[in-house]
Design a binder for this molecule. Sequence first.
Ligand code: TYC
Length: 139
Amino acid sequence: MRHQIKRGRHGLIALDRMIFMATRIPPVPKTPPATKPARDDGDSVVLERRPQKTAPPQMYQVVMLNDDYTPMEFVVVVIQEYFNKDRETATQIMLKIHLDGRGVCGVYSRDLAATKVNQVMEAAHQAGHPLQCVSEPVE
Ligand code: TYC
């Protein structure tokens, strides 16, 4: 749309709307004056946020499962042998598995837990027992 333009005393006037120009400089907004930062006297202490600590690696528990066929003595020896337990502790763990259906034999890194599982399964297989164990992440 073209505006109708007329020449007046103060220059060109658009007739379909009034055009004003500011004639006064607007007041400066009341903000505190910028100041130079205080001079560092050398005693300043700078606190830096410490980077987040690395989370500890996920640990894995080796859980042995009960069955009806593997002899108790074999389980006790396996727990002593592969999980470095004394005979008394190994017997307690075996009985716990026998009564509850499962029991934790040790907690390790993922690779070591997998190795323990393989060692136990291989020993059981060689001896002809159906003993099973698994590794599972702790928590
Ligand atoms: N339940 C078995 C028995 O009565 C003993 C056993 C204990 C088997 C623990 C497996 O992981 C096991 N002979």
